[in-house]
Design a binder for this molecule. Structure first.
Ligand code: ATP
Length: 351
């Protein structure tokens, strides 16, 4: 069988340090993968490198991505170019993670965040630009005053994008059910205030889940859901939600199990997927050698699973689990004193 091809984009600020540790581990695993490794964002010759990265992405099976603060530009291509519409963010507690909860054991659910629309389309501008539209506010029961200095932002929820991401969530719930999971999809948005947009998300989600009678449907208004993330995370199985809420609440969810250092993510489309941590580029700890690479390593394990290398994915997952269970070589965010590379070495030992 031909080797898989993986593009590695280490990202910006402290992200390359986490990626470097992850690559040490992946190399030690001697996988049947050819890695096409790019330099960190700040060393890119803009334009030229971006074009090269796009060509490499087109020629690959998947991409392993560090976070970007804007210098690594191919994120737009990975997301909108490759239509990776389902951002899957597992919230899974492993023994040894530094959770602030009294009983985090058994927390294990997936957040599926719609990845391509909602408020993240860059549709913002001066309020005055809306004047020709003569918008009437349902809440104010009158026209919107566009004469004030201010900015608008546009939120877009489409039926097709909602349907496909909810269907993706349903497929995940069914897969988890076959492995003993709850078989439940929880839908959340602010449908009580945003009747039209979030209301559409809720309605399409309910219809889509109803086509799978083996799945239980559950819905919560997003503020109530935020409380549940903290108060009853054990009840959750697969959660699907629009882009902005997903971005915010998955950070909160990460906080319940041990923080951003241990939260991985994968962005899936119908023909491509890429993998990254939930966290950003952690610029405040750049160059200190202490960024926790667990999120990036767990994202790499998700990537191995996507590539069909299931036993290798389990091997990496088990090694990380073992290091935490023994409380060895933990980084400062987990209460340890070790550096990024020490953690990677402990994982390699445990492999
Ligand atoms: P973005 O908007 O790009 O997601 P963010 O605002 O969520 O970024 P992060 O870069 O994720 O910000 O960092 C938030 C805080 O968490 C920072 O103090 C950072 O140092 C810390 N942090 C993030 N990731 C890690 C990690 N892997 N290990 C240790 N600390 C981290």
């Amino acid at each position: 069988m031909a080797n898989k091809k993986v593009v590695v984009l280490p990202g910006d600020d402290a992200a390359p340090e986490g990626m470097n540790a992850t690559m040490e581990v992946l190399r030690a695993m001697r996988l049947s993968i050819d890695f096409d490794e790019f330099p960190p964002g700040e060393r890119w010759v803009r334009g030229e490198t971006d074009a090269k990265a796009r060509a490499a992405i087109d020629n690959s099976d998947t991409t392993l991505f560090g976070s970007t603060s804007g210098k690594t530009t191919s994120i737009g291509y990975l997301r909108w170019g490759k239509q990776t519409y389902a951002n899957v963010r597992p919230t899974r507690y492993l023994k040894g993670f530094r959770s602030p909860l009294a009983r985090p054991e058994g927390i294990d659910y997936l957040i599926v965040r719609e990845n391509l629309e909602d408020l993240y389309l860059g549709l913002e501008g001066p309020l005055g630009d809306l004047a020709p539209l003569q918008l009437k506010s349902r809440i104010l029961r009158g026209p919107l005053d566009t004469s004030r200095r201010g900015i608008y932002a546009i939120k877009v929820i489409t039926e097709a994008a909602t349907r496909r991401v909810v269907e993706f969530a349903c497929q995940l719930a069914m897969k988890r059910k076959r492995a003993g999971g709850k078989g439940k999809v929880t839908v959340t948005s602010k449908y009580n205030m945003l009747h039209e947009s979030d209301g559409l998300f809720r309605k399409v989600a309910e219809e889509t889940v109803a086509t799978h009678p083996e799945i239980t449907y559950e819905q919560f208004i997003v503020d109530d859901f935020a409380r549940r993330v903290v108060a009853s995370p054990h009840d959750l199985d697969v959660v699907v939600l629009p882009n902005l809420y997903g971005d915010i609440l998955s950070d909160a969810a990460a906080g319940t199990i041990g923080g951003l250092g241990v939260a991985p993510s994968g962005c899936y489309g119908d023909n491509y997927a890429y993998f990254e941590s939930v966290h950003g580029t952690a610029p405040d700890i750049m160059g200190m050698g202490i960024i926790n690479p667990t999120a990036s390593m767990l994202a790499a394990a998700m990537m191995l699973e996507y590539l069909g290398l299931k036993s290798e994915a389990a091997r990496l997952d088990d090694a990380i689990r073992k290091v935490y269970a023994e409380g060895r070589a933990l980084t400062p965010d987990q209460g340890g004193k070790s550096g990024t590379i020490d953690f990677a070495r402990a994982v390699i030992d445990a492999l």
